[in-house]
Design a protein around this ligand. Structure first.
Ligand SMILES: Cc1ncc(COP(=O)(O)O)c(C=O)c1O
Length: 355
């Protein structure tokens, strides 16, 4: 199905105010946004328009009952200077999974990808091209109906905004296995990219940072024993010759980087198991010298190496040598930025002439 996406361009672009060498992270937004409204049981008026404030009624249901979900992804330019997206249909599917769990309407997946393409084509001049930089894209949906009462809202907004970032270079991070707070329980919303999941993670993350760690390593809600994920990343370990990562059990986010790394590792001949991983298994592998690598995966930096993990009074210091993960990180980055052949068909080109 072809969607008609109306476009209203800014009278004057703000791009000449942007210093591409020094873009404040998460604070700079492109000229335009994509917007679509849900009313009377259907999505209406998909459009690209100048970035603007979104009027909010004080009774908007997202503010009270938390029907708010989001996605995150990046656009790059390939060697020919054409804008490209990485597996956007996966984000569309995940948004709809989140919407379903949160009692929100699904958004047509094709329109999700078309909306992204239109916004990226419109603001293509904002895609930074320095190594490590990108145009971050943030699709999100929230309940904007003004109503006090506990039920599913009947009107929603779906919006995509875009934010360029200067090169982000990842450092090795220190994790704290969280002994008290939890992120998600079985039957909860852990698998959804719901705003409330992040709200609940803020305080424990601040505590961990004040104690000198970079991120929280979340453990299961029942036993505080099984590893879930890290901040905004999924986690992988190499034990002996094999890789393991927590299986998708409904309480962790199905990361698109996670899925891509699993496929890349398999394509290089590594064995990888998605399974229940206990903190004791990791401790044991560390003691016996079998724990070779540990890394996080996520859109922000692809692969992030882990320096060590604090578990109670123990600190498991990990090797600085991450040959396999370094190789996979580089390959993933080269595919995402269109520098090497994409035999997985992950990259989606954006027609620059869409606007
Ligand atoms: C809680 C959580 N886990 C994992 C991830 C990694 O997901 P992805 O690889 O799709 O960025 C993210 C980031 O979106 C996240 O917020």
């Amino acid at each position: 199905m072809r969607y008609l996406i109306a476009t209203e361009l800014v009278k004057k672009s703000r791009i000449d105010q942007l210093d591409f060498n020094n873009i404040p992270l998460g604070k700079t937004f492109t000229d335009h946004m994509f917007v679509c409204d849900y009313k009377d049981g259907a999505w209406h008026d998909p459009r690209v328009e100048p970035l603007h404030l979104v009027p909010t009624h004080p009774a908007a249901m997202a503010l009270h009952y938390g029907q708010a979900i989001f996605e995150g992804m990046k656009a790059y330019k390939n060697l020919e200077g054409q804008p490209i997206l990485f597996r956007p249909e996966m984000n569309a599917k995940r948004l709809n999974k989140s919407a379903d769990r949160m009692g929100m309407p699904g958004f047509p997946e094709e329109l999700f990808v078309e909306g992204l393409k239109h916004l990226v084509a419109t603001d293509q001049a904002w895609i930074p091209t320095d190594e490590g930089s990108a145009l971050y894209l943030r699709p999100f949906m929230f309940a904007d109906e003004a109503f006090i009462g506990m039920r599913a809202a009947t009107s929603f907004k779906f919006i995509i905004i875009a934010s360029p970032s200067s090169p982000i270079f990842s450092k090795r991070i220190k994790l704290k296995a969280e002994p008290q707070y939890i992120r998600a329980a079985h039957g909860g919303t852990g698998e959804a990219k719901a705003a409330g999941n992040y709200a609940a993670a803020i305080k424990p993350t601040e505590i961990a940072k004040n104690e000198g760690y970079d991120q929280v390593l979340w453990l299961d809600a029942h036993d505080h024993k099984y590893i879930q994920e890290v901040g905004t990343m999924n986690i992988f370990f190499q034990i002996g010759d094999d890789f393991i990562t927590p299986k998708l059990d409904g309480s962790i986010l199905a990361g698109i980087t996670r899925d891509s790394v699993i496929q890349l590792l398999r394509s290089e001949g590594y064995r990888i198991k998605e399974k229940l991983i206990s903190i004791d298994e990791i401790k044991e592998a560390h003691v016996t010298g079998q724990l070779k690598e540990a890394f996080g995966t996520g859109t922000a930096v692809g692969i992030t190496f882990i320096e060590g993990i604090a578990i109670g009074n123990d600190y498991l210091k990990l090797s600085e040598d991450n040959p396999v993960a370094k190789n996979i990180k580089e390959k993933l980055h080269q595919i995402k930025t269109g520098k090497i052949e994409d035999k997985f068909n992950w990259v989606v080109e954006v027609n620059e002439a869409l606007v």
